[in-house]
Design a protein around this ligand. Structure first.
Ligand SMILES: NC(=O)C1=CN([C@@H]2O[C@H](COP(=O)(O)OP(=O)(O)OC[C@H]3O[C@@H](n4cnc5c(N)ncnc54)[C@H](OP(=O)(O)O)[C@@H]3O)[C@@H](O)[C@H]2O)C=CC1
Ligand SMILES: C[C@H]1O[C@H](OP(=O)(O)OP(=O)(O)OC[C@H]2O[C@@H](n3cnc4c(=O)[nH]c(N)nc43)[C@H](O)[C@@H]2O)[C@@H](O)[C@@H](O)C1=O
Length: 319
């Protein structure tokens, strides 16, 4: 029987990867709407969209997304737009009787000084990282929306918390992007200009865990495919989210050298300590998901090569 699946954010990095995988399944009919066709911050438009389509499952991969600088500079946009998108999509899905939904959160939901690797149970045990607290609060609200609809109305709304992601479809904006797309672009431009050095933000000491976007998409589909009793047995009522990580991390300094190698840039790398480091370490425990039969397949070296190829073929986004 055909299932109608709405991927919100299908033109984004993760949404497009999820859509590509789902499109291989002949029993799935994809439902999509570009940002220009449906503004998910409009409650009226979102409710009308859900009323017009008979949707079985939802992947909520639309969000206001950005790196450390964007989060730190536009906190109001990050909390306001994300709260609206989540409230509208989850609320409208419930209103028309959609039983199954997957919400994408972020590893920044965890306190900034928490035991590493970070387990799901670390949620709401401490103070958040200041550079992205508003975005993190919106993501925590998304988890709690799902859990609350599950508790009160027996819905099956699931949540995954991705680590830092990268890959085809990324945002290569020089300031507002995440570290991998930013550095792919900066090292590439430095190579072309034969610049003697490249500036990397912060001390180079923070550690980050990076997951290739195709692996993230496969994790999303895996989590949605789990039988409800299996998902619920592995999560607990009000701690129902699942971490999605690679399993190991690198320093930003190590990452910068790996990117220089990928791009074939041979100049110097310098670190600008006037830029924020953010959280010093963000390694997730993905044991919960690994024990449910998923594991990543693309390592950082291989993923960077594919990401650089994508950068070379990408029309650059404006935001
Ligand atoms: N990238 C990462 O490293 C990480 C991402 N995540 C989460 O994964 C999910 C996907 O992120 P990612 O794919 O990287 O982000 P992208 O920015 O690539 O994609 C987000 C998509 O959402 C769309 N969108 C944003 N606002 C609206 C709106 N008001 N109405 C309709 N569509 C909208 C965007 O459209 P448009 O571009 O036209 O605005 C875009 O297509 C998000 O929930 C994000 O928080 C979590 C951790 C890390
Ligand atoms: C996914 C995640 O993304 C953000 O948090 P973040 O982990 O700090 O992600 P980031 O990729 O922006 O930075 C990672 C590290 O890298 C350093 N860094 C060096 N040079 C550049 C650089 O050129 N650009 C960027 N962006 N960072 C750089 C930077 O200083 C930091 O130490 C939040 O939005 C958060 O909400 C979130 O969920």
């Amino acid at each position: 029987m055909t299932r109608k699946v709405f991927v919100a954010g299908h033109r984004g990095m993760v949404g497009s990867a999820i859509s590509r995988l789902l499109a291989k399944d002949k029993n799935i009919e994809l439902i999509t709407a570009a940002h220009s066709e449906l503004d998910l911050t409009s409650q009226k438009d979102v409710h009308e969209f859900f009323a017009e389509h008979t949707i079985d499952d939802v992947y909520l991969a639309a969000a206001k997304v950005g790196g450390i600088h964007a989060n730190n500079t536009y906190p109001a946009d990050f909390i306001y737009q994300n709260l609206l998108i989540e409230t509208n999509v989850i609320g409208a899905a419930h209103a028309v009787g959609v039983q199954k939904l997957l919400f994408l959160g972020s590893s920044c939901i965890y306190p900034r000084s928490v035991e590493q690797p970070m387990r799901e149970s670390a949620l709401l045990t401490g103070v958040l990282e200041a550079t992205n607290e508003p975005y993190a609060i919106a993501k925590i609200a998304g988890i709690k929306l799902c859990e609350s609809f599950n508790r009160q109305f027996e819905r099956d709304y699931r949540s995954v918390m991705p680590t830092n992601l990268y890959g085809p479809g990324d945002n290569y904006h020089p300031e507002n992007s995440h570290v991998i797309p930013a550095l792919l672009r900066r090292f590439h431009e430095a190579k072309n200009l034969e610049a003697p050095e490249v500036v990397v933000w912060g001390s180079g000491k923070p550690r980050r865990e990076f997951l290739f976007v195709e692996d993230m998409a496969s994790a999303c589909i895996h989590v949605m495919s789990l039988e409800r009793n299996v998902y619920e047995a592995n999560t607990q009522g009000m701690c129902s989210h699942i971490n999605v990580g690679y399993g190991s991390d690198v320093t930003i300094g190590e990452l910068a050298f790996a990117i220089a190698k990928t791009v074939k840039y041979s100049g110097s790398i310098i670190f600008d300590s006037s830029r924020p480091d953010g959280t010093m370490r963000k390694l997730m425990s993905s044991e919960r998901l690994f024990s449910m039969g998923w594991s990543p397949s693309t390592d950082l070296e291989e993923g960077l090569v594919i990401a650089y190829e994508d950068f070379l073929n990408s029309p650059l986004r404006e935001v």
